[in-house]
Design a protein around this ligand. Structure first.
Ligand code: GGG
Length: 354
């Protein structure tokens, strides 16, 4: 019998509401496949920060390193500045465990209504491959002459050759494995003088090794416009840490709701645990109301099992998500229904067990 030890960090806001639904789906699918999942919960959050001055304990990363995977809800809540909560929990995990790939699939499911005109399932079906440990997400910089009229703030972006090439290679490999074999790279090479022309150059060098992959490169401004105008054009999108983050909110918004979008923070070499979370944040405006959509979390759970080599479990959970959305069994209000978080979570479990 396969057995996996999963670290669970529900985190903040609706993270604490959607994670239990992800666990219920995992337990239902695992029981069918004879897989044993052991969950260990960590209550690290902004509440922890208020009590201890830290988002996680000093040995938090060491504790997590013993697990096969990490299942995360959401990070951030009013009362703690967002950059403190993110740099206190989510970003150190991505960096310590070299989760340099952030894989974010985007799909218009049958039963969902895209806000874009005349879009049907199949028209929106792409991956965002986001560089996850360097780029614009950097704590290098600072403030000088603070509080004076000469106050100056700098923020440095970091693009290493190793970091750029390995994310591009992942994206090219993914594009090569897909029917369309189409890769689109997002930069802003006319405005950002050093980093983005460098990225473009590495794309062009890498493209020589993938003659079957059709490659295009766009500046981020027209990229976002095109994504809304013609999402069917895209197949695999690759972008830096910041641009990848933005595009992977915009993409699912084109399917009607960002709440269904999953995010896999992957260490492809499997030297360290990978982490799986919904794309969405803690949504303080709806926290505590039992109306959050758990599908992004459940889909992330499916990706976690695929990463752990349990493809049948992944497929079972994905089929259940597809069924519940298609049959409109119990949809939350972001999908024009009136079901609660728990009712939608239970509908997914029922579909797994059907
Ligand atoms: N689901 C985790 C979460 O809270 N995501 C919101 C967020 O802002 N994440 C930052 C990032 O992905 O870089």
């Amino acid at each position: 019998m396969s057995q996996f030890n999963i670290a669970v960090i529900p985190g903040d806001g609706i993270g604490t509401e959607v994670i239990p639904e992800g666990i219920k789906a995992l337990q239902a699918a695992a029981a069918q496949q004879g897989i044993e999942l052991n969950f260990t919960h960590f209550d690290w959050s902004c509440e922890t920060y208020h009590k201890t001055g830290r988002m996680m304990p000093e040995d938090g990363l060491e504790q997590l390193s013993r697990f096969d995977a990490i299942f995360l809800g959401a990070v951030g809540f009013p009362g703690v500045p967002d950059h403190i909560s993110l740099w206190g929990l989510l970003l150190p995990i991505r960096r310590a465990f070299n989760q340099y790939v952030n894989l974010r699939p985007v799909r218009l499911f049958e039963g969902l209504q895209s806000p874009l005109a005349n879009k049907k399932p199949g028209d929106i079906d792409f991956y965002v491959v986001r560089e996850n440990v360097e780029g614009e997400y950097s704590n290098i910089g600072g403030i000088q002459y603070e509080g004076t009229e000469d106050e100056v703030v700098s923020q440095q972006s970091i693009f290493t050759r190793k970091g750029t090439d390995r994310i591009l290679k992942y994206a090219f490999d993914l594009a090569q494995s897909r029917d369309k074999k189409h890769l689109s790279s997002a930069t802003k090479s006319n405005g950002l003088f050093h980093s983005m022309p460098y990225w473009d150059g590495r794309v062009e060098a890498m493209a020589e090794q993938y003659p079957e992959v059709k490659v295009d490169q766009f500046h981020i401004d027209i990229f976002t416009a095109n994504l809304v105008r013609m999402p069917e054009f895209y197949d695999v999108i690759v972008g830096s840490n910041l641009f990848g983050d933005i595009l992977s909110d915009l993409g699912p918004a084109c399917t009607g709701t960002i709440a269904i979008a999953p995010s896999a923070n992957i260490n492809p070499e499997k030297t360290f645990p990978s982490m799986f979370e919904p794309v969405h944040g803690s949504a303080p405006d709806i926290a505590g109301q039992n109306i959050a959509n758990p599908i992004g979390t459940v889909w992330a759970a499916a990706m976690m099992m695929q990463h752990l080599g349990c493809n049948a479990m992944h497929d079972t959970i994905m089929t259940a998500i597809e069924t519940v959305i298609r049959d409109q069994t119990a949809l939350t209000r972001d999908m024009s229904g009136n079901a609660s978080t728990q009712e939608l979570g239970q509908a997914i479990v029922d579909a797994i067990q059907a």
